[in-house]
Design a protein around this ligand. Structure first.
Ligand code: SAH
Length: 251
């Protein structure tokens, strides 16, 4: 039997308007969708009424389906002749384990296509009016995972500081260790940062403060995943969050 195709599709940060046309077309015509927990319900609502949706929802410390099982599921369905839309929050190749799924498909001889999505960093930056790079403030931007194997051994030296923007994914739970690590590397305690919770969704929040106050900020505001931490001078530039501009314009 002819194998189906596995499409690794980036669903973007939340708002369905931020899907690529290619992603939207694949989602609308798919018969089998395997999605993770980050995919917004508004995007799942675009699927056909008769589509089969399988959730492999993953949350920190609560893996409902181990990655090997997800890989096996994708390959099994494709080998049975079905096209599979593997839908992931943001971009499949930015902390999305898309690389592992692509390799599993290739190892099994199954055709795989990757459809990029707007990663949380890009979506959050646009929605909050924080330019990740800026001629006067930053010419380097780095993406790091704040919750990963051996956080303390990770070498982040030089990634944050003057002229640089550091975007931390999955850093809510480890905020105290992150602040300590960065200050241990010599970053100024008053380096400005922003925490962007639920970026590109109606309930989005933008919180700001100095690096030293990150743990208190996360604690006092009860910040929940998904949230990004952006560290650098770009977060302190004079800017009004775009959402606020819209709100003012309509009021
Ligand atoms: N592949 C995804 C990232 C998956 S890792 C992407 O490219 O965006 C999951 C982390 O992404 C979350 O812990 C959070 O740090 C970040 N994230 C995803 N969606 C987000 C959103 N709407 N707002 C803020 N952060 C988000």
């Amino acid at each position: 039997m002819k194998s189906g195709i596995i499409y690794l599709v980036g669903a973007g940060p939340g708002d369905p308007d931020l899907l690529t046309l290619r992603a939207a077309r694949l989602i609308e015509r798919a018969q089998l969708i395997v999605h993770d927990g980050l995919v917004d319900p508004a995007i799942l609502a675009l699927t056909r009424a008769d589509a089969q949706l399988i959730s492999v929802a993953k949350q920190r410390a609560r893996h409902t389906l181990p990655q090997d099982d997800i890989n096996a599921l994708l390959v099994r369905e494709a080998k049975a002749g079905r096209d599979v839309v593997r839908l992931k929050g943001g971009d499949p190749f930015v902390f999305g384990r898309g690389g592992e799924e692509m390799e599993a498909a290739q190892a099994a001889g199954v055709r795989v296509e990757v459809i990029p999505g707007i990663s949380a960093a890009n979506g959050a930056a646009a929605a909050s009016g924080i330019a990740l790079t800026h001629r006067n403030s930053a010419s380097i931007v780095s993406f790091v995972a704040g919750q990963c194997k051996g956080l303390t051994e990770q070498d982040w030296a030089g990634l944050a500081g003057k002229g640089r923007t550091l975007v931390i994914y999955m850093g809510v739970k480890t905020a105290p260790q992150i602040a300590e690590k960065l200050m241990g590397d010599g970053l100024a305690p008053d380096m400005p940062l922003a925490v962007l919770e639920n970026a590109c969704r109606p309930e989005m929040r933008v919180l700001r403060g100095p690096l030293a106050a990150l743990p208190e900020l996360v604690e006092a505001e009860a910040v929940k995943s998904p949230a990004l931490i952006i560290i650098g001078e770009v977060t302190a530039r004079e800017n009004t969050a775009l959402a606020e501009i819209v709100a003012e314009a309509v009021s």
